[in-house]
Design a binder for this molecule. Structure first.
Ligand code: GAL
Length: 710
């Protein structure tokens, strides 16, 4: 009898669709467990609780999809998921892609990896989350490699089947017939699925971010300028470099030490090299006295010569990376041994953060999928979550000291939205870097288009301009030894853009606070803007049948414009361009530098000006600025603020303030000050700002107003 029941249950699980039960777990967030979900998944790997109060503030919105059109089937020990797709619906997300923004029609395997020049799902953060232009989001909570068919298949049982076309006679025959379905293959017997309501696409993104704890709030100094020095620099080289920055008047908040700070690297000892850094505590202190923090490069692979090696060995994997042991960070003992080393020898003496390298991929160096781990988790699951684990447990050490950190990492995933880490890579295509910046906003991660070296001064300046309008303003000179002034022809312009980065710190800081408290990504696609036309045009086909019998028209995507905070749109120039088109969403837009109106809901052409990165401001936009200081204001330091207003509209904006360095904001020690700009009856503008709150940090000295639009 029981046997029969068992056979029947297994049969139903093995091939039939399961009716899905949705539970609203947070306002506007529904969860369903289909089949038998695994005990380890993206959310459980790091266990960040949702930002419940913030989620409650988002608008009311019902379940955004027809429930009966979401289907889970079980077959061959795997879970087959199906989601509906309407005509003209655009899809965004599926991780940190570098070449594409519109994902409809694409096939990918979401797999943590070093981006290797094709958007096939292998990337540094293959977040299994997508957003629809219809205003909802879908997240598959699995730490497996997921196969995604994002509107690329036509099912036999399709409700809206495309017409069958005859290629012999039909000029419009297409190799990609219309598909009304997104399908995902999960190589496990069950999975958790989450649906995020809108009503708008950005609301769905906000819900996803807040469900993951909200975005990170970097320390103020994290938003200043950072230089990563040559990998073999000594303590005195680093000191000299800091002095040079100061003498030449270039801003600098933290310096990144590359592999040579360690006695051995690839694999690593995590110990200071005593020849290059004879007295680390004194060195860190001397740098701190100059207002410069230090960030340490490392990868997590342990050298047999590391002092922690014997103790950690039982908690490491069957395979090695560069012959170093691979810690199983899902085991508390492994984490304790590993991160205590960081705490005792780096963090305690004042190290401000890490660059955690090589937790992403290129199969030839990362652990292969045949690796086994002492926890019993598969290499696949560890690979999908390794970046999350290192971010979580390193941040926890800083939290113990009530010091915020801000660093770099090369692998992440869903679940890591709140971690104070920025992704980077070695690919170095300026265009792809900007596409990644745009997509980072859909993937719950931060990305920096880092600057290393350049062939020309034009390229150098163009890259510096975009990195200063990104989450981390950084030169990574680990191999090139470049400095901001390396191209004398543009050294002043580089200084100006670095200074502008500093001047805009109150703006950046407020926009990151919105990321943390409200879930709005500070850097994101203009596709998330209201009033932006989301249906991309198709480019003409130019190849012959013989060359590619299945070629399809390419979608013309907007990959060279992005939003920076609530009010700014950046439209950078790449090397060699002398003019470019800018698409302005509906509403008046103003030039950031002059305050002049440039257009409304139209496409404009602008001429290149090497000295300036084109930036446009929304009508009624507010940009709070501070003086171009060389370092971020320290905790308790007060600075003067100039509040700039753009356009013809009255403005109602907010300015965020807290101590800038600790986690005390989590205890309520912060303020949002209200900024109002109103036109008076005599036609003059007048600005006002609410008083600072008693007992809360107040970093503002004097306030002045600048009404940019005449
Ligand atoms: C690379 C990393 C570079 C640099 C280098 C040091 O993998 O992407 O930014 O840190 O390692 O060896």
């Amino acid at each position: 009898m029981y046997k029969l029941l068992f056979v029947l249950v297994t049969l139903s699980l093995s091939s039939y669709a399961q009716s899905i039960k949705w539970v609203e777990v947070q306002k506007g967030v529904w969860k369903a467990s289909v089949g038998k979900p695994e005990s380890y998944d993206l959310l459980k790997s790091v266990g960040i609780p949702p930002a419940i109060t913030a989620l409650q503030k988002l608008p009311e919105s019902g379940f955004p999809l027809p429930k009966t059109d979401i289907i889970a089937r079980f077959y061959d020990g795997k879970t087959y998921l199906q989601f509906p797709l309407e005509k003209e619906e655009q899809l965004y997300g599926f991780g940190l892609n570098f070449q594409t923004i519109h994902q409809r029609g694409r096939i990918m395997r979401l797999h943590v990896d070093h981006y290797g020049n094709t958007d096939n799902g292998r990337t540094h953060a293959p977040t299994p989350f997508y957003v629809s232009s219809k205003g909802y989001g879908v997240f598959i909570n699995s730490a497996r490699y997921l196969d995604v068919y994002a509107g690329s298949n036509v099912r036999q049982d399709s409700k809206h089947p495309p017409e069958v076309q005859d290629r012999n006679t039909d000029k419009n025959w297409t190799a990609k017939p219309y598909s009304d379905v997104v399908e995902v293959l999960v190589p496990a017997q069950g999975v958790e699925i989450y649906i995020f309501a809108g009503p708008t696409p950005i609301d769905a993104v906000r819900r996803f971010n807040l469900f993951n704890g909200g975005g990170c709030l970097p320390p103020r100094w994290g938003l200043g300028f950072t230089q990563r020095v040559n990998r073999l620099y000594t303590a005195s080289d680093v000191m000299n470099e800091a002095n040079e920055f100061e003498a030449k008047g270039y801003p600098l908040d933290f310096i990144g030490l590359e592999p040579g700070w360690q006695s051995k690297s690839y694999p690593c000892t995590f110990e200071w090299d005593k020849t290059r850094f004879p007295n680390p505590p004194q060195f860190v202190k001397e740098m701190a006295d100059r207002h410069i923090r230090l960030n340490l490069w490392t990868n997590p692979y342990i050298s047999p010569q590391a002092s922690i090696y014997p103790a950690i060995l039982p908690y490491t994997a069957s395979h090695t990376v560069w012959v170093g042991a691979i810690p199983d960070f899902t085991l508390p003992k492994a984490r304790q041994i590993f991160f205590s080393k960081f705490e005792q020898e780096h963090i305690k003496i004042g190290i401000s953060g890490y660059k955690i390298d090589e937790v992403d991929g290129y199969d030839s160096y990362l652990f292969p999928d045949v690796t086994t781990f002492p926890s019993g988790r598969s290499a696949e699951q560890i690979r999908q979550t390794y970046g999350l684990l290192v971010q979580k447990y390193s941040t926890d050490v800083f939290r113990k000291y009530n010091r915020r950190t801000y660093g770099l990492v090369r692998g992440s995933n869903a679940g890591g939205v709140s971690f104070p880490y920025v992704i980077y890579n070695d690919n170095y295509s300026h265009q792809d870097f900007i596409t990644a910046l745009i997509n980072s906003g859909f993937a719950g991660v931060l990305w920096t288009p880092e600057v290393r070296a350049s062939k020309t001064s034009e390229e150098w300046l163009r890259r510096m301009q975009t990195v200063c309008f990104s989450p981390m303003a950084m030169i990574n000179a680990w191999s090139s030894s470049t400095k901001p002034w390396s191209f004398p022809e543009v050294a002043n312009e580089v200084k100006e853009i670095a200074q502008l980065r500093m001047q805009m710190m109150p703006y950046w800081y407020t926009e990151f606070a919105k990321y943390h408290f409200e879930g709005t990504p500070p850097f994101r696609a203009i596709n998330l803007e209201e009033g932006f036309n989301t249906i991309p045009e198709k480019e003409k086909l130019n190849k012959s049948l013989e060359e590619n019998p299945y070629e399809e028209a390419v979608t013309r995507e907007i990959k060279d414009q992005y939003m920076a905070g609530e009010y700014l749109m950046v439209a950078p120039f790449f090397t060699g361009q002398t003019s470019r088109k800018v698409i302005l969403p509906k509403g008046n837009w103003y030039d950031f530098y002059t305050g002049n109106c440039v257009g409304n809901g139209e496409i404009i052409t602008i001429e290149a000006n090497l000295n300036k990165i084109p930036v446009f401001v929304k009508d009624g936009g507010i940009v709070p600025m501070m003086p171009p200081m060389l370092h971020a204001p320290a905790s308790g330091q007060k600075v003067d603020i100039e509040i700039r207003h753009y356009g013809q509209k009255n403005a109602l904006a907010r300015l965020y303030d807290d101590d800038g360095e600790t986690f005390d904001y989590e205890k309520g020690l912060y303020t949002w000050r209200t900024i109002k700009v109103m036109r008076q009856t005599d036609g003059q503008w007048k600005g006002s700002i609410s008083e600072p709150e008693q007992g809360k940090p107040n970093t503002i000295a004097n306030i002045s107003w600048k009404f940019m639009t005449k």
